[in-house]
Design a protein around this ligand. Structure first.
Ligand SMILES: NC(=O)c1ccc[n+]([C@@H]2O[C@H](COP(=O)([O-])OP(=O)(O)OC[C@H]3O[C@@H](n4cnc5c(N)ncnc54)[C@H](OP(=O)(O)O)[C@@H]3O)[C@@H](O)[C@H]2O)c1
Length: 273
């Protein structure tokens, strides 16, 4: 499995998304994923499942050092004191000793970016979090964070899949040595119905979901965090990391990229594409 490394941290390119997984179903799913070999878990304060994710990790017996855990600070907690307090709450809920990657979940124009990133840098200096990053940041905000504020960011987590182009943002992130972590990599479940992806999948004797994940992981600086509940989906998504697409497949997949967004709440920033 490809990993992205920076300053002693190593994030596997494929992780498990946990949005909409709650309670015992979340705990069971995360445990099943760890048993299958997942070593990268994505949660958030807003998902209400940090405690379940942490419990599943503790019960799995997988050494803490072997698993990369991401969580995200919600957008109404981006003032300095709120960042520090809510991250302490996250850490208590997770029970993981440290957070591998802490993200700003959504930008909030009412709170100065330098204040939020400054608080996150304090947490990094203290060792509470090992890497910091952002989510749902378009090119202009990434530039502001890196070039004006001077933040050292590990990644930008954004929606990315075969039906949504992220070309300008991906170029910008590569320029800064940052990872684009693709959320909703299966277009929140729509990918299996896409005919071109299904055709390529049939050619390889694989599924459309696997082709979408393989296409993402074939790209430089791109990680993916599909969410799955069933063990068969969990397994299939992990096995997608071993699927190699040929030049014709990649060309056909690249040609699909349009503007289909599945996550676009009213507070979204102005997107690049
Ligand atoms: N930063 C943000 O603002 C943000 C926003 C959205 C999402 N995310 C993160 O990204 C993660 C993934 O995104 P998502 O949950 O929106 O959607 P997704 O991963 O694109 O799609 C999940 C859906 O695809 C199905 N699925 C999974 N594996 C499959 C397979 N191999 N074959 C067929 N169907 C399959 C799942 O079904 P089953 O569950 O029944 O297996 C589920 O219905 C989230 O869980 C979250 O961690 C972050």
């Amino acid at each position: 499995m490809k990993t992205f490394t920076r300053g002693g941290s190593a994030m596997p390119a494929l992780g498990l998304g946990t949005w909409q997984l709650t309670g015992s179903a979340c705990e069971r799913t995360v445990r099943a994923a760890l048993d299958l070999g997942y070593r990268h878990l994505d949660t958030a304060q807003m998902y209400g499942n940090e405690a379940e994710v942490g419990r599943a990790l503790a019960a799995s017996g997988v050494p803490r050092d072997d698993v990369f855990v991401t969580t995200k600070v919600w957008m109404d907690r981006l003032g300095r004191a709120d960042v520090l307090r809510s991250t302490a709450d996250s850490l208590r809920a997770l029970g993981t000793g440290w957070i591998d990657l802490l993200l700003i979940h959504w930008p909030n124009p009412r709170i100065p970016l330098a204040e939020t990133l400054g608080a996150m840098a304090e947490l990094k200096a203290a060792g509470t979090v090992r890497q910091i990053g952002v989510s749902n940041f378009p090119v202009a905000l990434v530039r502001q964070a890196v070039e004006e504020v001077g933040a050292e960011l590990f990644c930008d987590q954004v929606e990315y899949h075969p039906l949504l182009s992220q070309r300008p943002l991906l170029g910008e992130l590569r320029r800064h040595g940052m990872v684009l972590t693709a959320y909703s990599p299966l277009a929140h479940g729509a990918i299996p119905r896409e005919p071109t992806v299904a055709r390529i999948a049939a050619k390889h004797g694989r599924t459309a979901a696997q082709v979408a994940i393989a296409w993402l992981l074939a790209q430089d600086n791109v990680a993916a965090i599909p969410k799955a509940l069933s063990e068969s989906h969990l397994r299939a998504n992990l096995e997608a990391a071993d699927l190699t697409l040929d030049a014709d497949d990649l060309k056909a997949m690249d040609a699909l990229q349009g503007g289909t967004r599945t996550c676009d709440p009213g507070w979204s920033p102005r997107w690049d594409t």
